[in-house]
Design a protein around this ligand. Structure first.
Ligand SMILES: [Zn+2]
Length: 178
C-alpha cells in the first residue's frame, strides 16, 4: 500500500530493492501459494520485500508485487508497527464498522481514492521461522492488512472503488499527468 500523506521517512535497510510489478501484470491477479519451506530463501525474500517497500516509500507490500507467487506480506505503518506475515488469514468481525479512507497502491502509481475497509482487522499467520504471529490493526494498520491480504488473493484496491472512481483511477494511470 502506498503512503497517502506525510508519514515517517523511509529507513535504509542496506539491501537492494527490486522493481515493482505494475497494474496489467498478470502476477497481480493470480492468487499466491502458501509457503511450505521456512528456509534462508524465505528470509531473503522478506528482507528484499522490506527494502523494496522502503525504497518506494510504501507502508505495505505483498510478495506478488515483486513477482513472487508466495503468500507473504510486509508492512510498516510507523510508530514501531512493522513486520511480516507468512500465510496470513484475515479475520473481520461481521459487525465491524466500515471506514472510507484514501488508499493507494505501489503497483498502481498515482492518486489515492476513497476505499471502504473495516476499521478493525486481525491477521493470523506465521513468521519466517514458522512461528505463529497475530497482528491486530485499527485505522491505517487495519486498512493495510486488508490491502495486502487482498493482493495475496489476486485482488486490487481498485476492485473496491465505486465504478466512477475506478474509471478515474484507470484513466489517471494510463495517462499520468505528473
Ligand atoms: Zn497495493
Amino acid at each position: 500500500m502506498s503512503r497517502s500523506a506525510n508519514g515517517n521517512t523511509s529507513r535504509p535497510t542496506g539491501l537492494a530493492a527490486v522493481p515493482l510489478r505494475l497494474l496489467g501484470d498478470p502476477v497481480l491477479r493470480s492468487p499466491t501459494n502458501p509457503v511450505t519451506e521456512y528456509d534462508a530463501h524465505l528470509s531473503r525474500l522478506v528482507h528484499r520485500m522490506m527494502a523494496t517497500m522502503y525504497a518506494a516509500d510504501g507502508v505495505g507490500l505483498a510478495a506478488n508485487q515483486i513477482g513472487v507467487g508466495l503468500s507473504v506480506f510486509v508492512y510498516d505503518v510507523g510508530e514501531g508497527r512493522y513486520g511480516h506475515v507468512v500465510n496470513p488469514t484475515l479475520e473481520i468481525d461481521a459487525s465491524a464498522e466500515i471506514e472510507v479512507g484514501l488508499e493507494g497502491c505501489l503497483s498502481v502509481p498515482g492518486e489515492h481514492f476513497p476505499t471502504p475497509r473495516a476499521r478493525r482487522a486481525v491477521v493470523r499467520g506465521v513468521d519466517v521461522h514458522g512461528k505463529p504471529v497475530e497482528v491486530r490493526g485499527e485505522g491505517l494498520l487495519s486498512r493495510c492488512l486488508q490491502h495486502e491480504v487482498d493482493h495475496l488473493e489476486g485482488k486490487l484496491f481498485l476492485d473496491r472503488l465505486t465504478p466512477q472512481d475506478r474509471r478515474v483511477a484507470l484513466a489517471a494511470y494510463r495517462s499520468p499527468s505528473v
